[in-house]
Each structure stands twice: as structure tokens, then as C-alpha cells.
Design a protein around this ligand. Structure first.
Ligand code: MN
Ligand code: MN
Length: 342
């Protein structure tokens, strides 16, 4: 007998997290949620005008999803292309590993968004921030680098700012001037909520992989709903872990880990879950209201194999022999992929 399947639920939003004057952040890394080695998440809030300062991530790409409010991001790539985008509820961003970026709340309400990173050991509190770097650098070096007197740096922050507070930027950015945008070949913004969902008996799915959003080469995201009684059928993902953020409703997931091992957990709003790569799993709506959740995969290519799809791909006689049952029983199985049963 192998070891037990580790905990598959973590109450991310129930933490206190980091609270700054301009906003807050709560994270789920492999430290808090050890089963999640390939994906980490952060729930962040920014007040109007608050700026998650210029930074980059040395060891992870960043995927963002806005729940409420509005924010603006600006990103630069190694070729000097830059892009500024405004985001509202249901919008997604993707920032490749190492590219410099910032996020600013546009108000009037606080902006709440989810960040997902393609490295479970990544911590949002160990990002490479511009204020931290400049604070570590002698004023004489900065003076030479920026062509200013060393005294000009006396009032620069002495440590990482992380979230700074300032005015809400103008509705239309004044810079860069029209005609000098130098945009990247691939956009960093995708409107997931605007996508027509795939409808099933028991729910719906909107999915954004690198097919729909070409810059998102290392992560796929999906917004799934389960109606009361809905079942995301038994399936597994051959190429990726599945990390989940539960938005509403009561959901139960059961994970199958071979060798007679299975683990079940129940999830409510603000919880995160994980189904490891290759592990069989299914999700059920166990409440009376619709369940909404974000599913994240650490691959830009989405792959799954569902129970009904697998069974219907095999000859009935073979499946009957497998279970030691008459072929007449097997003949009643669905002949097409159910995906979400109602
Ligand atoms: Mn970031
Ligand atoms: Mn799945």
C-alpha cells in the first residue's frame, strides 16, 4: 500500500494574508498547499489608484482573472514591445515568465482578481520589484545609469513598496502618444466571459488555451458551471495538473490515485483544490445553487479523457469482458462524451 493522497483542499480566502494601505494579497503556494507543485495562486485586491508596482517573476508566468472592478496592466517584452490594457470582470491576462509588468486599480470600486502561476513554489511575496532593486543599488550607480545626480535618489524608497497608493490614472492613457505604441505581436488580454460557452446537460464550460489565446503557452484556464445535481464526469488530464478556485456554490471533488486510493473534499467560495496530472477525478454540485469555478492547467494545450469517451471508443464485447458483465448492460452506456451530466 502506497501513501495516502495528500490534502486536496486549501481555504485560500480564509487566510489573513498581506494587507497594505492600497490593497491585499492571499496566496496558495506549495508551502500552504503541498500537493500543488506546478501551480500557485493569489487572490489580490487593489483600491482605486493603488498600484501593484513594476515587477517581474523570475520563475513563473502569470495568468490573471478579474472577478470584480477594473484594473489596468502595462507590460514590456524583451524586444521592447509594450502593451497597456484595461480589464473588467471576466477578462484574462497572461504575462510570460520574466516580463516586467504592473497592475493598477482603476476604481471606483476595489478591483478583485485571481493570479495563477505555473510554478507551485512561486511566491507572490518574492517577486522582483523595482523599488526593492533600486533600494539595493548604490546611489552612484543609479546616478550613472539614469544620468542624474546621486542626491536625486535620497528620497527613493529604502525597501520594497509592493503596492503603492496614488491617483486613478486618466481613462485614456496619455502615453504612449498615438502612433508610437510599439505593440507586441501577441496580445496579453483575452475576454473569457465574452466567449460563448459550451453547454452540457449539467452545466457549461468556457475554456481559454493557447488555441484561443496564443500568448498563453504554459497555462490553460476554464470557467465551469455545474447546475444543482450536475456532475463533471469521471475523467483525467494526461498532460497537466488541474488547480481549481471555487467562486460560488457547494462542490465536492473526488480524486482517484490508483492502488485503491481515493480522496474526497468539499469546497465553498474562496477554497482552492487540486487534481494531480493523470489522476482520475470528478466534481459534483452538492448544493441547491449553481456552482461556478475556475479551472487552471499548467499547459497551454488542453487535454482530457472522459470515462464515457473511453468506454465508447472500445468494442462492447471487450468492455463486457472487462467487467464480467453481459454485453446487454454495456450496450446501455452513452455512445458520446457526456462531459457534464445533469
Ligand atoms: Mn505579477
Ligand atoms: Mn478535470
Amino acid at each position: 500500500m502506497d501513501t495516502e493522497i495528500p490534502e486536496i483542499r486549501f481555504a485560500m480566502e480564509a487566510q489573513t494574508g498581506r494587507i497594505d494601505p492600497g490593497g491585499s494579497a492571499k496566496e496558495a503556494t506549495a508551502k500552504q498547499f503541498p500537493i500543488s507543485k506546478s501551480l500557485a495562486g493569489v487572490s489580490m485586491k487593489l483600491k482605486a489608484g493603488a498600484l501593484r508596482e513594476l515587477h517581474w517573476h523570475a520563475n513563473a508566468a502569470e495568468w490573471g482573472y478579474v472577478f470584480n472592478g477594473r484594473c489596468r496592466t502595462t507590460i514590456v517584452d524583451p524586444d521592447g514591445h509594450r502593451e497597456t490594457n484595461d480589464f473588467g470582470p471576466g477578462d484574462v491576462w497572461y504575462f510570460p515568465r520574466g516580463h516586467g509588468h504592473s497592475i493598477q486599480g482603476l476604481g471606483p470600486d476595489e478591483c478583485h482578481f485571481l493570479l495563477v502561476f505555473d510554478n507551485g513554489y512561486f511566491s507572490e511575496f518574492a517577486t522582483f520589484s523595482i523599488s526593492d532593486w533600486l533600494a539595493q543599488t548604490p546611489a552612484e550607480v543609479l546616478a550613472k545609469n539614469l544620468g542624474m545626480p546621486a542626491s536625486a535618489f535620497a528620497n527613493f524608497p529604502k525597501k520594497e513598496v509592493y503596492i503603492s497608493v496614488g491617483p486613478v490614472p486618466p481613462a485614456t492613457p496619455g502615453e504612449p502618444a498615438p502612433g508610437s505604441e510599439n505593440l507586441p505581436p501577441l496580445t496579453h488580454k483575452y475576454c473569457l466571459a465574452g466567449q460563448a460557452p459550451r453547454e452540457f446537460h449539467g452545466g457549461s464550460l468556457r475554456l481559454v488555451s493557447s488555441k484561443e489565446f496564443p500568448i498563453s503557452t504554459t497555462m490553460t484556464g476554464a470557467l465551469m458551471t455545474l447546475k444543482p445535481g450536475g456532475l463533471r464526469e469521471l475523467h483525467w488530464h494526461p498532460n497537466a495538473d488541474e488547480w481549481q478556485y471555487f467562486i460560488s456554490g457547494r462542490t465536492r471533488m473526488t480524486v482517484f490515485g490508483s492502488q485503491g486510493r481515493a480522496r474526497t473534499a468539499e469546497y465553498g467560495p474562496g477554497d482552492v483544490g487540486l487534481a494531480p496530472q493523470g489522476y482520475g477525478h470528478y466534481l459534483e454540485n452538492i448544493g441547491s445553487e449553481e456552482c461556478r469555478m475556475l479551472l487552471m492547467f499548467n499547459s497551454g494545450e488542453y487535454q482530457d479523457i472522459s470515462l464515457t469517451q473511453w468506454l465508447s471508443a472500445n468494442p462492447k464485447q471487450l468492455v463486457a469482458t472487462n467487467f464480467g458483465l453481459p454485453e446487454s448492460v454495456v450496450a446501455k452506456f452513452p455512445t458520446t462524451n457526456v462531459f457534464i451530466a445533469g
